[in-house]
Write a protein that binds this ligand. Structure first.
Ligand code: TRP
Length: 455
């Protein structure tokens, strides 16, 4: 708390950094495979509803809370909860814990994507002749502790290095550099995918809904993923918001971030499903979709090794800008709660994240026999954090901003930097009602359905 709080260079830097946080493995690795598992277009529609009815309002609330407090999550609640302070400080602790869990296993998958950049360059991927080959190769790699832990380590190191340099010189700089590169690669991949013969089946899969596969669990998955993909529900955007100056427009920045994130998920879905269908592979492959199926797709298509190199670079960039944001939340929490220096905290937290990630990393090979509720350690981490802790975190943010802060305070904070657009009071009133009523009720219903009360 001794240091003066850093701020973003400008609003655009914030939007890029926050979009960098939002756009991640969630968009390119997870969104396509859960869409594949849950019936394509029908899932996409439910997901979009979750994003815009619940995700975006809570996202704006979270950024707003951060800008209001200019503090990390735990300290925000410690300072501003007027009632039930212990509860709210514990809620901040929950954010921290969720961040630790997500970051630990996220780095593992991020490590795979970096590993696959190397595989693409070394020509291994071009040599596959069937998806069987690709799957065997993937299995061999992820069950080799040496391979998996070294790339995980590389990734933890890279994220740590960026955060070490701070908000403006580390995070914002990297986002300004990498986000445009990311976007160009993605657009190339989409054009390439669509131009393949037989890509139309992939387009149909994404646009024509099949409602027969939809259940409550589909809605839970969609809602959990809406939070995950927007980076909402564990204080990351609160932290990024706390580096905003008071004259920035929180409302429009929030909407921009969500639009960018959604656009990029849909584009990634396009690039992936057009290729998967054009090459005759199965879209419902699960978490291995981009690692088992895509390499085989690449190997069989014209220009595949460049495509593969571009794709895994894309995945690595997306993962890096996201891991940075989670690490920054953890670091900022510790900085605000202690007298330690940024450098020390970054080194300590990174080491801890690496160690915590080891069980997830090994759960694909050596430790695959360790199971909890029939799931591997990795799956438990993923399910617990994405489907339970994040919606819970989103609920806490909505309740705090909707019910614990004073309405006038919230409106003043939102309208600061808003400019004089026509109808702003009506827009902000709708937003407030979504945060206060719609979001908590919907999240609660989905929870009930998840534990089997509603069927
Ligand atoms: N949104 C990122 C993705 O889609 C992951 C992520 C980054 C995240 N920061 C987060 C998820 C904070 C939840 C909360 O891959």
């Amino acid at each position: 708390m001794l240091e003066k709080r850093e701020h973003w260079g400008n609003r655009f830097g914030f939007i890029l950094a926050a979009a960098g946080s939002a756009v991640g493995l969630g968009n390119i690795w997870k969104f396509p495979y859960i869409t594949g598992e849950n019936g394509g277009a029908a899932f996409v529609i439910i997901y979009l509803l979750c994003i815009f009815i619940v995700g975006v309002p809570v996202l704006i609330a979270e950024v707003l809370l951060g800008r209001y407090s200019q503090l990390g999550p735990v300290t925000t609640f410690r300072r501003y909860a007027r009632k039930h302070k212990t509860f709210w400080v514990a809620a901040g602790g929950l954010f921290f814990l969720t961040g630790l869990i997500i970051l630990s296993y996220y780095n593992v998958v991020a490590g795979w994507s970096a590993g696959y950049v190397v595989e693409s360059i070394s020509g291994h991927i071009a040599a596959f002749t069937s998806s069987g080959d690709a799957a065997v190769h993937f299995q061999a790699l992820i069950s080799s502790p040496w391979w998996i832990l070294s790339f995980q380590f590389v990734f933890v190191l890279a994220g740590g290095l960026v955060v070490y340099f701070g908000v403006k010189n580390g995070i914002e700089k990297i986002a300004r550099l990498l986000m445009p590169v990311f976007f160009i690669i993605l657009v190339l991949l989409v054009i390439w995918g669509i131009s393949l013969e037989g890509s139309a089946a992939g387009l149909r899969f994404l646009w024509e809904p099949d409602w027969s596969t939809v259940s409550f669990n589909t809605v839970l998955t969609a809602l959990g993923h809406a939070f995950f993909t927007l980076s909402v529900g564990m204080g990351v955007l609160l932290t990024y918001g706390s580096y905003l100056k008071k004259d920035d427009n929180v409302f429009f920045s929030g909407i921009m971030i969500a639009l960018l994130d959604t656009l990029i998920a849909l584009l990634a879905g396009l690039a992936i499903f057009t290729s998967v269908f054009a090459m005759g592979f199965d879209p419902a492959e699960g978490p291995g979709l981009v690692f088992n199926v895509l390499p085989a797709v690449f190997a069989n298509m014209p220009g595949g090794s460049i495509f593969s190199l571009l794709f895994f670079s894309l995945l690595s960039i997306a993962a890096l800008t996201s891991t940075i944001s989670i690490l920054e939340m953890l670091v900022s929490t510790l900085l605000d709660e202690s007298n330690l220096s940024r450098h020390r905290v970054v080194i300590g937290t990174s080491a801890m994240i690496f160690i915590l990630g080891i069980p997830s990393a090994l759960s694909f090979g050596k430790w695959s026999h360790l199971q909890l509720f029939g799931r591997s350690i990795f799956d438990v981490m993923d399910y617990l954090s994405a489907n339970i802790l994040l919606p819970l975190g989103g609920l806490l943010v909505a309740v705090f901003v909707g019910w614990y802060m004073q309405k006038r305070e919230v409106h003043d904070e939102l309208l600061r930097g808003f400019g004089d657009s026509y109808g702003k009071r009506r827009v902000t009133a709708v937003w407030f009602d979504l945060v206060k009523y719609a979001a908590p009720v919907l999240i609660f219903l989905v929870f009930l359905s998840a534990i089997g009360v509603l069927k």
